[in-house]
Design a protein around this ligand. Structure first.
Ligand SMILES: [Zn+2]
Length: 72
């Protein structure tokens, strides 16, 4: 039973990963997103979540600092 659950979770993770990759490839972002985006916010040095880096290729700031930056 435990094995089955483990395998199901494993599969789910792999499918999610594949879906993300497929989305990025379709948008022409694969290979660009993760390298162009900063792992840490330029302003507050907090780490930027991976989801944001995928969604915002080339982003250098966290959501909070980006909002402040855009308001200036
Ligand atoms: Zn920040």
């Amino acid at each position: 039973m435990t094995d089955d659950i483990d395998r199901a979770q494993d599969l789910e993770e792999r499918q999610r990963d594949t879906a993300l990759r497929r989305q990025a490839t379709r948008a022409g972002l694969l290979g660009k997103t993760m390298t162009d985006s900063a792992t840490e916010c330029q302003d507050c040095e907090q780490s930027i979540p991976e989801a944001r880096r995928w969604a915002m290729p080339g982003c250098q700031r966290c959501v909070k600092c980006q909002t402040i930056y855009e308001k200036k």
